[in-house]
Design a protein around this ligand. Structure first.
Ligand SMILES: [Zn+2]
Length: 51
């Protein structure tokens, strides 16, 4: 189960999943972050929906 993360909507940088008990996605370039979610998939979706 590997969900694909879109590149950062702000700088196009590489995004990575963070967290263990709660999850969020952060850009490795500009430190933009998604909200935090209990479900990993929700964090990924939130990030990917961001425009
Ligand atoms: Zn970025």
């Amino acid at each position: 189960m590997t969900e694909k993360l879109k590149p950062c909507p702000f700088c196009g940088g590489k995004a990575e999943i963070e967290g263990e008990r709660i999850f969020w996605v952060s850009c490795q370039e500009c430190c933009a972050e998604s909200n935090s979610f209990i479900e990993l998939e929700e964090a990924i979706e939130a990030w990917n929906r961001r425009a």
